[in-house]
Design a protein around this ligand. Structure first.
Ligand code: LLP
Length: 448
């Protein structure tokens, strides 16, 4: 069994697992490279990172984040636009700070995310507040902070915003999040624009809700919004959704309701292994003709596409457990660190820190399930991967910059991983590994 030396990223032979060619994959990921067969993130070797920060450890490339952010802003430069990074994808203050400094706006879904944006130096006047369940306290905090706009998802939310704005004696800017009933063609858990989903106001009801909004004294209608799902690899669903929104804009205009912006949400997919999602440039080229004639400011809420491939999760092989039916490689990261494979059957690439030599490949390669130490069968990071492994090896799970650390937990009383940022040859701890004692320091024994 040999790992292909061709440029194709994956190969799979009958009865064997998925083999990923690490060099070919890394050639597609600007943040990563092998130098003298050793993995580097920007100009810092994984060896150096592990020496300083141990494993499991998330590492993010500052330049990779900025590169994608600028690709968005350059691709839409012909229009008045705003890129509101979706904070939920990765909310570490360092990540938010880098984007704030570059001029990004932010898409938030909680008061907590708003606090983070402010702590990172983000400008509240570039913040848009999405989400189906904003509380009165969330709305008050957002109005006091002076955010740009609420993306309203229901009539009752509209009433709540009206009530809080009236109490505070302010005007609240809103967009309606319209559910266009478009199939995003993605995993059902991350599809949001179908009428069965809890999100947004049905396309057919939108005009009525806008008219209601127009009658409310403390509400100012600013825009229209939609977000149809995540990890979309094709442009067609975006165009279908846009067409539905354009129809509504025309209808609203006829009723005297003029908008200032259109928010097309996030959702652009990334390459995890060998997917080929539409590039940001091609995405822009497809949308621009329709958007240019609109003459509205265009907002986007990208999350995954900005940070996913800027990040890796580094993990160490602790135990190798070949059995008669399956070979298990037990690593020091687990589903509590990275839940995407367990929750969405997400396939993420796992590549070695050091490229194996041909003789190592010939003698040590097997098909492994890469699993964590948690007491759940669902605790896996990848299944059936052809890898050449030894205890103590360091592996990198790529594409882990988005929905990685933010979805991590302390299940099994496991301290959450460290987070590190790299820029050129510099590296810095941006969140220390949690300490077991601090996990239960605020708990109290029953004293009754
Ligand atoms: N705007 C809204 C209103 C959203 O709900 C989302 C994501 C985004 C923007 C950003 O979408 P993106 O550009 O990142 O696709 N945890 C899942 C993904 C959940 C996405 C939720 N909403 C995963 O790991 O795949």
């Amino acid at each position: 069994m040999t790992i292909s030396s061709s440029t194709s990223i994956t190969s799979q032979e009958e009865g064997q697992g998925l083999s990923i060619n690490p060099q070919a994959l890394v050639d597609c990921l600007p943040a990563l490279q092998y130098r003298q067969d050793t993995l580097c993130i920007e100009d810092v070797s994984v060896d150096t990172l592990v020496e300083h920060y141990d494993t499991p450890c998330y590492v993010y490339s500052k330049q990779a984040i900025l590169e994608v952010y600028h690709e968005y802003s350059d691709s839409f430069a012909a229009l008045n636009h705003q890129i509101c990074y979706a904070v939920k994808a990765n909310s570490n203050l360092a990540v938010l700070g880098v984007l704030a400094e570059a001029g990004a706006g932010f898409d938030i879904v909680s008061a907590g995310e708003l606090s983070r944006v402010l702590a990172a130096g983000g400008d509240p006047s570039r913040v848009v507040f999405s989400g189906v369940g904003k509380s009165l306290a969330d709305i008050r905090y957002a109005l006091e902070t002076g955010i740009a706009c609420f993306n309203v998802e229901s009539e009752s939310e509209l009433e709540m915003i009206q009530a809080v704005a009236e109490q505070l004696g302010v005007q609240a800017a809103i967009s309606l999040r319209v559910n266009p009933n478009v199939d995003a063609g993605t995993h059902p858990y991350i599809s949001t624009g179908l009428k069965d989903n809890k999100f947004g106001v049905a396309h057919e009801k939108a005009v009525e809700v806008y008219q209601h909004a127009a009658s409310l004294p403390n509400i100012i209608i600013k825009g229209i919004d939609c977000h149809i799902g995540s990890q979309l690899t094709e442009v067609a669903p975006f165009l279908d959704a846009l067409d539905k929104i354009l129809e509504l804009i025309t209808e609203l205009k006829e009723l005297g309701i003029e908008l200032e912006h259109i928010d097309l949400g996030g959702g652009l997919g990334v390459q995890y292994i060998d997917e080929s999602p539409i590039s940001i440039k091609d995405f822009a080229a497809a949308l621009l003709p329709k958007l240019t004639e609109l003459n509205l400011s265009v907002w986007f809420e990208p999350g995954r596409s900005i940070v996913a491939n800027a990040g890796v999760l580094l993990t160490k092989v602790e135990v190798l457990k070949p059995t008669e039916h399956k070979n298990f490689a037990i690593v020091d990261a687990a589903m509590n660190d990275l839940i995407r494979p367990a929750l969405y059957q997400a396939q993420m690439a796992i590549i070695p820190n050091v490229l194996p030599t041909n003789s190592m490949i010939a003698s040590n390669t097997r098909t492994w399930d890469i699993v964590g130490a948690i007491c759940e069968t669902g605790d896996f990071l990848a299944k059936d991967r052809v890898l050449c492994l030894a205890v103590g090896d360091i592996l990198a799970i790529t594409g882990a910059g988005a929905y990685g650390f933010v979805m991590s937990s302390n299940y099994n009383t496991r301290p959450r991983a460290a987070e590190v940022m790299v820029s050129e040859e510099q590296h810095q701890l941006i969140r220390p590994r949690e300490d077991v004692q601090e996990l239960f320091a605020s708990e109290r024994l029953w004293e009754g």
